[in-house]
Ligand binder design. Structure first.
Ligand code: 5GP
Ligand code: MG
Length: 186
C-alpha cells in the first residue's frame, strides 16, 4: 500500500499542453494526408487528451470516427502489475481501417503493445500510436509511439485526465504526485 498522496510539482501547464497538442495534430495531419481513419482512445486516462486532440485535428481538416477501448493493468497502486485485461470492447469494426491509437502515457509499454496486437488481430490495415506522455526509462515492451507529447522521467503524474485512484483527472495541467508516510505505507 502507498501512503498519503500529495500534489508535488507542476510539470506542464494547460498552455504548454495546448501547444503540444496542436503540434501533434499538425504532424498527424501531414502523415494521414486528409484520408479517413479511426481514432481509438484507450480509456480512461486519455479522454481529456483525446477530446482536445480530435478538435485540434478538425482544425487541420481531419474528422476521424472515434471509438473507445479500455484495457487495464492497474489497480489502486502506481506500478503496473504486468497483466493487461480488457475492460471495454470497441463498438466499431476495425477490419481494413487505418487506426490512430491514443493513450495518455506510455510506461512499461505493455498496454499499448497489447492494444496494438488486438487491433492487428482484428484486421486493422495500419496502426499508428499517439501518447501524451512517454516514460522511456520504464519500458519493458519494445514499443515506441509514432507521436509523443512530452518525454518525462520516472515520476507519477496526474491531471489532464490522468488519475490516482480516480482522483485528480480534472486538473487543467499535469503535476507529479508524491507519497508521504512511513516506509511501506500504513
Ligand atoms: P503501461 O502498460 O505502459 O505500463 O501503462 C500504461 C498505463 O498505465 C497508462 O495508460 C496509464 O493509465 C497508467 N500509468 C502509467 N504511468 C502513469 C502515471 O505516471 N500516472 C498515471 N495517472 N497513470 C499512469
Ligand atoms: Mg491508461
Amino acid at each position: 500500500m502507498n501512503s498519503t498522496p500529495h500534489l508535488d510539482r507542476d510539470l506542464f501547464s494547460a498552455d504548454e499542453i495546448r501547444e503540444r497538442v496542436e503540434a501533434i495534430a499538425g504532424e498527424i495531419a501531414r502523415d494521414f494526408d486528409g484520408g479517413d481513419f479511426l481514432a481509438i482512445a484507450l480509456l480512461k486516462g486519455s479522454f481529456v487528451f483525446t477530446a482536445d486532440l480530435i478538435r485540434a485535428l478538425a482544425r487541420h481538416g481531419l474528422h476521424p470516427v472515434v471509438d473507445f477501448l479500455a484495457l487495464s493493468s492497474y489497480g489502486a497502486e502506481t506500478t503496473s502489475c504486468g497483466t493487461v485485461t480488457l475492460r471495454h470492447e470497441l463498438s466499431l469494426p476495425v477490419t481494413g481501417q487505418r487506426v490512430l491509437l491514443i493513450d495518455d502515457i506510455l510506461d512499461t509499454g505493455l498496454t499499448l503493445q497489447t492494444a496494438c496486437q488486438m487491433l492487428a488481430r482484428q484486421g486493422a490495415a495500419e496502426i499508428r500510436t499517439c501518447v501524451l506522455l512517454d516514460k522511456p526509462s520504464r519500458r519493458v515492451a519494445p514499443i515506441t509511439a509514432d507521436y509523443t507529447g512530452f518525454k518525462i522521467g520516472d515520476v507519477f503524474v496526474v491531471g489532464y485526465g490522468l488519475d490516482y485512484n480516480n482522483r485528480y483527472r480534472h486538473l487543467p495541467g499535469l503535476a507529479t504526485l508524491r507519497f508521504y508516510g512511513p516506509p511501506g505505507g500504513a
